[in-house]
Design a protein around this ligand. Structure first.
Ligand code: AMP
Length: 486
């Protein structure tokens, strides 16, 4: 299998950009996907953010579009040829940013559109003409309806993070968008899992796809010191403060399972004098941006967040991660603690296990193949007025300018507000409480694919890999599971 970019015979302009980004060899998903996409085949790829999948689809896609490269100022000479769809603003912005960098020595144009931002600047960009359009589904439909973009010359479509798009309820929007595209095209679908829903989506819209799976690493870095403490819910806050103090933790992510819990915890830690900020879906885009920036700049010591709010954000290498709540999904544990102990640096991961969490802890042990001792921590009487961390101890600092800029871009709101959308859509129950403004489905697609009508009734729109928590009565009678976040 090809491992070096030089073996791909990419155009010198793409190769130059890759070289400048410091990529030496291909990641496994790139080694597998790039040659296949270069052949023009459809791909169904199982890979997550962080595996290098953006380059895996965008480099061959740009290479194949170079035949359309031109310096004309006429918008008509720059129709949308490639469409990349993603579920959230952060991811869309991140991917668009990478594509811009790969294409910077070519004359191919790219832009990104997502909700929560003024339509006008996006409209101007679209009207100038772009070859690569990165978008979240709702806002793209708005632009299509406003006739700001025409998709009848699209040759490539990428459905990235497809499982999350389905979880959020974007299926009707995706179907509508796909109905605007030419039938002859290359379709690439990337998803963290190949659930039955994803397989049905693929069988409806992909033609004879090559399946590529990159083994997901459930390994946790050996440089991360992992502790599980038995803590009653009421004592979690004090335990957190004590460990922060005793271990001299300078900065940390504190993960909670619900955005309500997130806001409450951040407020109470803040009241107790710890420099804390919260990151969750109820915050405005501006607030989230500021919160992230403050953390990045070291003005804030504790970033209390939910999994969804933190996902896709490229904040790496914090000294410690606290699982204030044990995640419902064991894989989230791996993602959470992967934020610390990177690149050989030592990291600390502390998890608070209350009585109801022992099963979740067992799931984690099973997933990562390691047994942990459930430790007890003696709480000291909280004598001190909790103070700020010692600035001199701060080990983690923001990276260079590039990283800072990326952070700000990634801080943008992760869901698409629907206020600017058409009215009169039936509200749907949210799959994730972070997206708690009811999702409003688009009007029914013209043609419902066969699989849709034969699909079993949705038992909620969660991915099957998200485990649900049963309410107590449900344990006694075979009742339906309830959503896993409150
Ligand atoms: P992605 O999974 O596409 O979000 O990529 C995650 C990160 O890996 C991004 O910061 C990319 O710039 C970086 N990256 C992608 N491909 C490579 C590569 N071949 N070598 C080194 N870094 C890479």
């Amino acid at each position: 299998m090809t491992q070096s970019f030089s073996e791909l015979q990419l155009s010198p302009n793409l190769a130059r950009a890759i070289g400048e980004m410091g990529y030496e060899s291909m990641t496994p998903i790139q080694a597998q996907a790039i040659p296949v996409v270069l052949q023009g085949r459809d791909v169904m790829g199982a890979a997550q953010t962080g595996t290098g999948k953006t380059a895996a689809f965008s480099l061959p896609l740009l290479q194949r579009m170079l035949k359309h490269e031109n310096a004309s100022t006429s918008p008509a000479r720059h129709p949308v040829r490639a469409l990349v769809l993603l579920p959230t603003r952060e991811l869309a912005d991140q991917v668009a940013d990478q594509i811009k960098q790969y294409a910077k020595y070519t004359q191919l144009r790219s832009t990104v559109v997502f909700g929560g931002m003024d339509m006008k600047p996006q409209t101007l960009e679209l009207k100038k003409g772009v070859e690569v359009l990165v978008a979240t589904p709702g806002r793209l439909l708005d632009h299509i309806e406003a006739k700001n973009c025409v998709l009848n010359q699209v040759e490539y479509v990428v459905l990235d993070e497809a499982d999350r798009m389905l979880d959020i309820g974007f299926l009707p929007d995706l179907q509508r968008i796909l109905s605007y595209l030419p039938k002859t095209r290359t379709t690439l679908l990337f998803s963290a899992t190949f659930s039955p829903e994803i397989k049905r989506l693929a069988s409806s819209y992909l033609q004879d796809p090559i399946t590529i799976e990159v083994a997901r690493s459930n390994a946790t870095a050996s440089t991360v010191e992992q502790h599980f403490y038995r803590v009653d819910d009421d004592d979690k806050r004090q335990t957190l403060k004590q460990i922060v103090k005793e271990r001299g933790v300078t900065q940390a992510f504190v993960f909670v399972n619900s955005k309500l819990g997130c806001a409450r915890l951040a407020r109470s830690l803040e009241r107790e004098g710890l420099k804390t900020t919260a990151l969750h879906g109820d915050k405005s885009q501006d607030e989230r941006l500021k919160a992230l920036d403050a953390f990045k700049q070291g003005q804030v010591d504790l970033l209390v967040c939910t999994d969804v709010a933190a996902r896709g954000l490229d904040i790496k290498d914090v000294p410690a991660v606290f699982n204030f709540d044990i995640p419902f999904n064991a894989e989230d544990y791996v993602h959470r603690i992967g934020r610390t102990g990177r690149a050989g640096a030592s990291g600390l991961a502390v998890s608070f296990v209350s009585g109801k969490d022992t099963r979740l802890m067992a799931d984690i042990e099973k997933l990562i193949g390691k047994k942990f001792e459930l430790e007890a921590l003696e709480l000291e009487a909280d004598k001190r007025p909790a103070g700020h961390f010692n600035d001199g101890q701060r080990a983690w600092r923001s990276g260079g300018d590039d990283e800072g800029r990326r952070e700000i871009r990634q801080a943008r709101e992760s869901r698409e507000p629907r206020e600017d959308r058409r009215p009169a859509r039936a509200p749907r129950p949210p799959a994730d409480p972070l997206f708690d403004r009811p999702y409003e489905a688009s009007t029914a697609p013209d043609a419902v694919p066969e699989w849709e009508s034969t699909a079993k009734p949705a038992s909620g729109r969660l991915s099957p890999n998200i485990k649900t928590r049963k309410k107590l009565p449900a344990l006694f009678k075979a009742a339906a599971p309830v959503d896993n976040e409150s």
